[in-house]
Ligand binder design. Structure first.
Ligand code: GLY
Length: 358
């Protein structure tokens, strides 16, 4: 077992932890009326047993990024209001990043904030979305544009849940793990490269699953511990996400988040090389590892460069209408950009990079 504490959130990583979820929720977020919320794929698999053990109502919503909206936020909030739930409730989000972000945002706003427990069951959610307190929904203008910081009382991570995760979702989640290696942990990057087959194996070993999740969470928690509200350092976690979010949006979410981030990381490392900030060859190293893990690395020719640029300007990371990029210097080290950790780039460089990454 391994534990972290992050801005009041207790993070527990333990094989088999899902079976103890009710006891840990009682311990970390005691509440008279807990409510478990999951999408309709995860509900029968993981959420229903947790709800039964807690004696809690289980609410569900349709699976998929299309549910991460203000409409779904309102629908869930209305159910809580109809049930007349007070501040003596805790919302338990069981599922992937969409569930955690959506339920976290409901919890952040319901009665001006009630406790939330995150039980991430996808790789992206375990190592990224559930850690650090970001919550929110998408709008037609882009991803995560409406939301709030709301730290969970407990994040309960059971690496063995990765065994039942559809293969394409485990593969996509590997992009965020690669990101953590690039931004802060060169040894972890090489460990992923050396264990590609084991990481994608249907019978994922408990040891490999534990190291994958633990080392990634350690990177993310280490960054968020120093900068909870993304005033500076936390921006390094956005590596790959400026171009990544734009292509994810343009694909109408047919690209999984991690797949879009793989494309975004290769492109942004290439951008860093073109601008002279990034050690030449890093984009190739990232591309090679992504390809080895079966992740996409090219920007679809159908995605017009001008439209990608326009989307990056509307990204929540943009300043004064200019997109900002967190760029690596070399494996394991990001450019601190004089303490800002992200910088605007000449759009002619970005356009050239996009064309180079087709
Ligand atoms: N996913 C980036 C962050 O949590 O800051």
């Amino acid at each position: 077992m391994s534990e972290f504490t992050l801005h009041g959130a207790r993070i527990v990583v333990r094989a088999g932890a899902l079976a103890d979820a009710a006891a840990l929720v009682h311990e970390c977020a005691p509440a008279r009326r807990p409510v478990v919320i999951a999408d309709d794929n995860v509900a029968p698999l993981h959420a229903s047993p947790i709800a039964a053990a807690l004696g809690a109502e289980l609410l569900t919503f349709p699976a998929g990024e299309a549910s991460k909206t203000r409409q779904q936020w309102a629908a869930l909030t209305d159910v809580l209001l109809e049930r007349q739930l007070g501040r003596d409730t805790v919302l338990v989000a069981v599922g992937g990043g969409v569930c955690g972000d959506l339920v976290g945002f409901v919890a952040a706003t319901y009665l001006r904030g009630v406790p939330v427990v995150q039980v991430p069951t996808s790789l992206v959610a375990m190592i990224d979305a559930a850690i650090g307190g970001k919550t929110g929904v998408d709008t037609r203008h882009g991803k995560n544009l409406v939301g709030a910081f709301h730290q969970p009382s407990l994040v309960l991570v059971d690496p063995l849940a990765l065994r039942t995760l559809p293969a394409e979702h485990r593969r996509a989640g590997m992009a965020e793990a690669i990101k953590h290696g690039v931004i802060a942990d060169e040894a972890y990057f090489h460990w992923i490269a050396a264990h590609g087959a084991a990481l994608l194996a249907r019978e994922l070993s408990a040891d490999v699953a534990h190291r994958l999740v633990l080392d990634s969470i350690a990177v993310k928690a280490g960054v968020v511990a120093r900068d909870e509200r993304e005033g500076g350092r936390r921006k390094i976690l956005n590596f790959g996400h400026t171009i990544g979010h734009a292509v994810e949006h343009l694909s109408e979410y047919s690209l999984l988040h991690g797949e879009a981030i793989a494309i975004g990381m290769v492109a942004e490392a290439q951008l860093g090389e073109l601008a002279g900030f990034t050690l030449p060859g890093l984009a190739d190293d990232i591309r090679e590892l992504c390809v080895a893990l079966g992740l996409p690395v090219s920007i679809d020719r159908a995605f017009d460069a001008g439209t990608i640029l326009a989307l990056t300007r509307g990204d929540k990371k943009a300043r004064d209408g200019a997109a900002e990029y967190a760029l690596p210097m070399r494996l394991g080290e990001m450019n601190d950009a004089d303490g800002r950790f992200a910088m605007a780039m000449d759009e002619s460089f970005v356009r050239a990079t996009i064309e180079r990454c087709r």
